[in-house]
Design a protein around this ligand. Structure first.
Ligand SMILES: Cc1cc2nc3c(=O)[nH]c(=O)nc-3n(C[C@H](O)[C@H](O)[C@H](O)COP(=O)(O)O)c2cc1C
Length: 364
């Protein structure tokens, strides 16, 4: 249907406009090493744009998939009706595969998952904490391929037992909510020990050279977030992108947890008032816990509410001081905003050159 529409528009407007929908092509050499990732995602390139709350909207996700990469729609904690509209809108903009990402600790999580299943979205990513076995089964019964995050070897094993079809291994260099372990260690702990299912690597990746080397180590592909914030087509506030342009890797810091009484998932973001305010919020919540004014689950909800609200402030309203500037350490490698096509072409060219270098070195 979409193909017929494209042909009609091409007839009226000319080929140039239609080229905007042409995917960025892989190379023969790359296809030999990253075929399994492409096949799993159903995309031209095994490059995922990780879900980013308030950032990964239908336009960005569809553009990503139309250009041959793989977009992931972010549910955050949006109202269920809005989530359903997001899925429908994305479908109107692309006939290529994309995923829906739902956060297991979000209050609307169950409704988000039901909607993805009812609408038969092809790939479902479970984020936040560990999904229940029944939830993985529900996703698979809907026909979806399931991707789960694995931050330790035992979680990776558990996700496999639950029936996950692929793993995402995300190191602590990443932007947003993070685990404690770096990509380098997770590669050795998980990637090198799990060759039965596709493993996509995330956290700190910004170049095609890095993707190529990860794939040569056995990864099925890569997931990036921070790099794609710098796409022209990414709808975040201009001020958000401008801070990224001038930030260094060491400015993307992670939040501490003050007490075991209030377990919090660390967040990596650029240092600003929102980061220091989070320290005050933890102290306030700990005091309320001590006085019995709130229970642990309520305190954890307040923490998540804080991040979702402050991320919106920065990405949508452009308040770069009081809003959260979630960013990975790879922010230090990025200096310009580029059209998405150019970013993807650059990634492919760098990846292909890196494989060429290795082949040349092996030949001596
Ligand atoms: C602004 C921002 C928001 C994010 N929101 C989410 C989210 O809603 N769900 C999720 O699974 N990951 C989220 N992430 C993580 C990304 O999907 C991706 O895994 C991560 O950015 C990869 O690391 P990188 O930033 O080093 O590329 C977010 C990351 C950023 C930078």
């Amino acid at each position: 249907m979409l193909q017929i529409l494209k042909e009609i528009i091409a007839g009226i407007c000319g080929e140039d406009i239609m080229n905007a929908y042409e995917p960025v092509r892989s190379t023969e050499r790359l296809d030999r090493i990253w075929k399994s990732g492409k096949e799993f995602l159903g995309s031209e390139l095994p490059v995922m744009c990780g879900a980013m709350t308030w950032v990964s909207d239908p336009q960005l996700v569809a553009r990503m998939s139309n250009l041959g990469a793989f977009g992931v729609l972010a549910a955050g904690n949006m109202p269920p009706e809005m989530w359903a509209d997001y899925v429908d809108e994305t479908r109107k903009l692309t006939d290529r595969p994309f995923a829906g990402n739902c956060i297991t600790i979000a209050p609307n999580y169950r409704a988000h998952l039901d909607i993805l299943c009812e609408k038969s979205v092809g790939h479902i990513v479970f984020a936040g904490s560990i999904p229940r076995a029944q939830e993985v089964k529900q996703a698979k019964d809907s026909g979806a391929k399931v991707l789960c995050f694995a931050s330790t070897q035992s979680i990776a094993k558990r996700m496999l037992d639950y029936g996950a079809d692929a793993l995402i291994l995300e190191g602590s260099e990443a932007g947003g909510h993070i685990g404690h372990v770096s990509t380098t260690v997770l590669l050795q702990e998980i990637l090198f020990n799990f060759d039965r299912i596709p493993v996509f690597v995330a956290g700190g990746i910004a170049t095609g050279k890095m993707i190529a080397h990860l794939v040569m180590m056995g990864a099925a592909g890569a997931q990036m977030g921070t790099r794609f914030v710098m796409a022209e087509e990414c709808n975040v506030h201009e001020k958000f992108k401008n801070v990224f342009k001038r930030s260094r890797a060491r400015e993307a810091i992670s939040t501490p947890q003050y007490s075991v009484k209030l377990p919090v998932v660390s967040v990596r973001a650029l240092n600003n008032h929102a980061m220091s305010h989070f320290g005050d919020l933890q102290l306030e919540l700990l005091e309320m816990l001590r006085k019995g004014e709130i229970n642990r689950q309520e305190a954890q909800f307040k923490v998540e509410e804080y991040w979702i609200g402050s991320l919106r402030k920065a990405t949508v309203d452009g308040d770069i001081e009081h809003g959260s500037l979630m960013a990975g350490q790879s922010v230090g490698l990025l200096r310009k905003v580029q059209p998405l096509r150019e970013i993807l072409e650059e990634l492919v060219a760098e990846a292909d050159a890196a494989v060429g270098d290795v082949v040349a070195r092996l030949k001596g």
